[in-house]
Structure formats: structure tokens, C-alpha cells
Design a protein around this ligand. Structure first.
Ligand code: NAP
Length: 311
């Protein structure tokens, strides 16, 4: 066994075994990162699904027994539940353990979890920038984090060895790792993820409420661009409610900028300013190219949905 193939952790506890928690379990299994994976979920039905898939060694309906003797604990429920869970497990955490999470916001996680972290436990928040619009234990897969970024937001004075261990862990799950300040993380993610989700929820909601266009027409002609918004707007309602409630400041800041720019577009259309529209659309096309060049998406037209006939 080489040094790199040895399990990095003895026991890993996943508190939340939906899309992200179960994907992490699959990725850990693939890389042989844990000698024992313990999972916790709220509902019997979720635990039953996880048992049938078999990505965890033990499953628990309470977080305390799941984290006992764990070397790494990952909070993977919607962020609104983190504080309560952190409070409940505080007395069960092992000295020297790393407590982390996968939450989509970071300042609120530091605020809600930080006060319950016992001395001797290394608290290092994390956010894998990877996901799909699906949820639940059956939605997870080992490749979810491959080539995706994982942002760590360690507190000042963090134990260097613990940070290094978590970095290596995410790299072995397939990710590239970046370290960031939690406030900056929330600002960046507000514009790259949170506001785009809000726009998608809004446009799909607007279309659903239109009286002059029927619902069947919206569905029938959706390929014109609307369909891509519906994918994002199908994301988990609990998770996204918690994201907006817990990243209020940064989302409102970015939404303000977005509304100003939208007003400029409205004005350009009203006054027939084609140059303004053309210049903006040229700039945005270049951004799409940069995303493809960075390996964060595929170059195929229409996300590869159109199958070309073989030549
Ligand atoms: P998910 O598929 O809906 O899974 C959520 C899990 O948390 C389930 O196991 C659920 O168990 C459990 N849970 C829900 N409410 C709970 C509560 N009040 N107390 C205890 N357990 C609870 O969600 P997900 O997509 O994996 O998201 C999990 C976390 O990852 C969130 O914090 C999210 O911000 C973050 N994240 C998500 C994405 C994404 O694209 N989805 C990407 C990056 C990060 P039950 O079914 O038993 O309730």
C-alpha cells in the first residue's frame, strides 16, 4: 500500500446524506479515504434508501452516535440546520477531530457553528462548487467533485496540519482546492451561484403566472432558452431557501448591481441602442469561452443535448 492509497481518516461522519453527502461517500470509497463511513439523516425513508445503496458502513437517526470517535465530521444538511446539529454533537466530538461542512454559504456557518466547537477540535468550513439540481441519497455519484473547485475558509490561527489534511482529502475526492476568507466567498458565490438561481426561480415563476401565454405553450416552446432556467429552478427548495436567508447581505448587494444593469438594458432596448446590446453580448460570449477553456463546462452546442448523426 502506497502512502497515497492509505485511508486518510479512520472514521468519517456525514451528517446529511443527500446529493452532496452521498457523493462524498462514493468519492471517499473510490479513493479509499476512510476506514469507516457513518451517515446520519432525519427521516427513516432517507436512511432506508441509503442502506439499499450501501455507501455508508453505519447509518444513524441521531447525529451524536454518528460522530462518536470520528476523525472527520462533515455537516451536509441544508445550512439552516447546522447550528442545531453543532450544538447537539458538541459533547460527542473527539479531541483532535476535524469538523467541516459543505454549506453553500460560509459567514453564516462560522456564526452558527463556531460557538459550539469544543477546544481541541479543528473547525474548517468548506464548500465544494459542485452540484446538480437533484437531491437525496440516490442522486449522489463519485465523480461529482472531479475537476471542480472546493473552497476552504479556515479561521485565523487554524492548525496547519489539520488544514493540510483537509486539503489533501478534497484533492483525493477529485477537487482543486482554494483557500478564501468567508466574507469574500459569500460575495463571489452570490454572483456566480446565488443570484443566478434567484433569476431562474423568478423567470420560471413569472412564466407560470402569465395569463396571456398558456402553461402548455411555455412547456411546448421551452427550448428557446427557458428550459435551461427550469433546470436550475428545479433545485431543492429547502437548501435554496436557507442559502438566501443566510447570505442576505451579499445577495442583496449583487442583486442591486444586477437591477441597475438590467435597467440599462431596458433603456437600450427602448431607445434602440443596438451598439450597447451588441457590445455587451460580445463580452458575455467571451466569458462563456473562458469557462470552457478553464475546463468548467463542455464546448458542445446546447450542452451536448443535440446528437449529431454519425458521418
Ligand atoms: P439534499 O440532497 O436535500 O440532502 C440533505 C440531507 O440533509 C438529507 O440527508 C436530509 O435528510 C438531511 N436534512 C435535511 N434537513 C435536515 C434537518 N433539519 N436536520 C437534519 N438533517 C436534515 O441536499 P444537498 O444538495 O446534498 O445539500 C446539502 C448541503 O450541501 C447544503 O448545505 C447545501 O448548501 C450544500 N451544497 C449543495 C450543492 C448542490 O448543488 N446541491 C452544492 C454545494 C453545496 P432527510 O431526508 O432525512 O431530511
Amino acid at each position: 500500500m502506497t502512502a497515497d492509497s492509505r485511508p486518510a481518516f479512520g472514521k468519517v461522519a456525514l451528517l446529511g446524506i443527500g446529493l452532496i453527502g452521498s457523493s462524498l461517500a462514493h468519492a471517499m470509497r473510490r479513493a479509499g479515504l476512510a476506514a469507516h463511513i457513518a451517515g446520519y439523516a432525519n427521516q427513516a425513508e432517507t436512511l432506508e434508501k441509503a442502506r439499499a445503496i450501501g455507501f455508508a458502513d453505519t447509518l444513524h437517526d441521531k447525529p451524536g452516535p454518528a460522530v462518536r470517535d470520528a476523525d472527520l465530521i462533515v455537516l451536509a444538511t441544508p445550512v439552516g440546520a447546522f447550528g442545531e446539529i453543532a450544538k447537539e454533537i458538541a459533547g460527542d466530538l473527539k479531541r483532535g477531530a476535524i469538523l467541516s461542512d459543505v454549506g453553500s454559504v460560509k459567514t453564516a456557518v462560522v456564526r452558527d457553528v463556531g460557538p459550539f466547537v469544543p477546544d481541541g477540535v479543528h473547525f474548517i468550513p468548506a464548500h465544494p462548487i459542485a452540484g446538480t439540481e437533484q437531491s437525496g441519497p440516490e442522486a449522489g455519484f463519485a465523480e461529482l467533485f472531479d475537476g471542480r473547485w472546493c473552497i476552504l475558509t479556515p479561521p485565523p490561527g487554524v492548525d496547519a496540519a489539520a488544514l493540510e489534511k483537509l486539503k489533501t482529502f478534497w484533492q483525493r475526492c477529485g477537487s482543486q482546492v482554494e483557500v478564501m476568507d468567508p466574507k469574500h466567498h459569500d460575495l463571489v458565490l452570490a454572483i456566480t451561484s446565488h443570484v443566478p438561481h434567484l433569476i431562474a426561480y423568478n423567470i420560471v415563476g413569472t412564466a407560470a403566472d402569465l395569463e396571456t401565454v398558456t402553461e402548455s405553450e411555455v412547456i411546448k416552446y421551452s427550448a428557446g432558452g427557458f428550459r435551461d432556467f427550469t433546470r436550475i429552478a428545479a433545485s431543492d427548495p429547502t437548501m435554496w431557501r436557507d442559502v438566501f436567508l443566510n447570505n442576505r447581505e451579499a445577495v442583496l448587494e449583487m442583486l442591486g448591481r444586477f437591477s441597475e444593469d438590467l435597467s440599462l438594458l431596458q433603456r437600450a432596448i427602448r431607445w434602440g441602442d443596438g451598439d450597447m446590446l451588441f457590445n455587451l453580448f460580445t463580452r458575455t460570449r467571451a466569458i462563456r469561452r473562458s469557462i470552457i477553456d478553464a475546463g468548467q463546462d463542455i464546448a458542445e452546442p446546447n450542452f451536448g443535448r443535440i446528437k449529431k448523426p454519425p458521418k
